[in-house]
Design a protein around this ligand. Structure first.
Ligand code: ZN
Length: 125
């Protein structure tokens, strides 16, 4: 989950980032701690990719301070939920097989390097 992603980090072509940031309007909320509530994205099975406003003092290690909570996006349909969850699962599987592939390539590289060292040693013996 990503928190406090600044909206001005997106650049729109030649427009300066300051003008695009001020023209983009979204509702602002303060959580019960009196801090501006950041727009976060939920990645739960029930609400995949649905954005919400949460506690402004939330940190990954400490969690939320108050129980302020407000959805930003409308709830998506059952079909959309299933689709997004299926895509997320697929993405996970791809990432896993990708990791295995990288490990395989590294092992192969080590074997080739070892063989080269042996060949070079034999040549100079
Ligand atoms: Zn709070």
């Amino acid at each position: 989950m990503e928190h406090r992603k600044p909206s001005s980090s997106f650049s729109f072509g030649s427009k300066s980032s300051s003008s695009s940031a001020s023209s983009w309007k979204r509702p602002q909320f303060k959580c019960r701690c009196g801090v501006d509530s950041p727009l976060c994205t939920a990645w739960t099975v029930e609400n995949p990719g649905r954005r919400f406003f949460g506690c402004g003092l939330y940190t990954k290690s400490m969690g939320k301070v108050c129980n302020f909570f407000k959805w930003y996006d409308e709830a998506c349909s059952e079909r959309e939920k299933k689709l997004i969850n299926a895509l997320l699962k697929k993405n996970d599987l791809l990432q896993n097989s990708n990791n295995k592939l990288v490990i395989g390539i590294v092992c192969l590289g080590l074997i080739v390097m070892f063989q080269l060292i042996v060949i070079v040693m034999l040549m100079f013996m």
